[in-house]
Design a binder for this molecule. Structure first.
Ligand code: TRP
Length: 337
């Protein structure tokens, strides 16, 4: 066993990633990756818990894997793989399903919200989404799971499921499953919507103008920032509760330009939006350009990308199958003959 702690996280192949996903999640994974043994998964089984498009699923899966690499996930420290390539995810989900009380799932906030949005066509899979996520995490004996605020309840559930398995089927000093910890960033990059400074930038916002996608071309980035919501006040300041958009755009600029808050506050204090927006546009384009170039290079070389995912799956499968056998043994199954 490697002495590094293990990290596991995943992104769904639905739509493409935006600046909030990058600054709030993937950039942090890149920063910490050398300290851990990392598994980064494209969670394509989760992608069908709401109605999906079979024509785009495979390509969206490639897109997320290529973006992982383009954002700087390094294969020296990290394993990149596709969830559906490892059958143990589905199989462990079934086993966990049978020990998870229904009411634990019915009270999940994200389920309630998504179910409300969908009306009548809610699938069993949507309810079961957190159990599949628990299987993702528990199969790899993950020590740490980097998650945002919105996924904390799912991680709590994962811990509860693991504890229940250990309690029912483990021996005194021999737990069946490792109980994972959340990895919460101390200083957060919470990127807000461009059309409403009080809401998080989100994939599910119906307005494309509310977010900057990592693959948006420069002219579209320019258009989105030019039209984003601001206020008529001259002189830009942080931390004014009356000016959430102003605070967010300055913060975004600060993160992207790697300046300190004081520097940006000084720079912006006498500026109007007409002066500031070109600076922000420039900073966003400059940050995304190397990612977009690398992404294109990788997507143009499918043989390479396939080999990354093939090798990733081989590594992941070995770890996952080992855990699956451990769980099946603990549950008392007759081993395959
Ligand atoms: N539910 C997570 C999200 O939407 C994605 C996810 C699936 C995940 N499996 C995971 C995240 C395991 C961390 C660990 O963001």
């Amino acid at each position: 066993m490697s002495e590094k702690q293990r990290v596991l996280s995943g992104v769904q192949p639905t739509g493409n990633l935006h600046l909030g996903n990058y600054l709030g999640a993937i950039r942090n994974w890149v920063e910490i990756q050398s300290k851990y043994d990392n598994f980064f998964c494209v969670v394509d089984l989760h992608a069908i818990t709401v109605p999906h498009n079979p024509k785009t699923l495979a390509n969206d899966t490639y897109t997320i894997a290529a973006l992982y690499l383009a954002c700087g996930i390094d294969l020296e420290y990290s394993t990149i793989f596709v969830q559906s390539h490892i059958t143990a995810h589905s199989e462990l989900t079934w086993l966990l399903n049978c020990i998870t009380p229904l009411n634990w799932l019915e009270r999940m906030i994200q389920f309630k919200e998504k179910a409300l949005k969908q009306g009548e066509n809610v699938s069993v899979g949507l309810l079961d989404y957190p159990v599949l996520m628990a299987a993702d995490i528990l199969l790899y004996d993950a020590d740490k799971v980097p998650v945002g605020e919105d996924q904390k309840q799912h991680l709590e559930l994962t811990r509860d499921i693991a504890a229940r398995i250990n309690d029912k089927f483990g021996k005194e000093n021999e737990p069946v499953l490792k109980i994972p910890e959340p990895l919460i960033r101390t200083e957060g990059a919470r990127v807000m919507s461009l059309t409403d400074g009080t809401k998080k930038m989100s994939k599910s916002d119906p307005s494309e103008m509310s977010r900057i996608n990592l693959l948006d071309p420069p002219d579209l980035i320019q258009k989105k920032i030019k039209r984003c919501k601001t206020d008529p006040i001259k002189g830009l300041t942080f931390d004014d509760p009356e000016r959430p958009e102003c605070h967010n755009l300055l913060t975004l600029y600060q993160i992207l330009s790697a300046k300190t808050k004081q520097e940006v506050a000084l720079e912006g204090q006498d500026m109007g939006w007409g002066q500031f927006k070109p600076l922000l546009i420039e900073a966003v384009i400059e940050t995304l350009k190397p990612i977009q170039d690398k992404y294109q290079e990788i997507m143009d070389d499918k043989n390479y990308l396939d080999s990354v995912l093939r090798e990733g799956a081989a590594k992941a499968r070995e770890v996952a199958n080992c855990t699956l056998v451990r769980v099946k043994n603990a549950l008392g199954y007759l081993p395959p003959l």
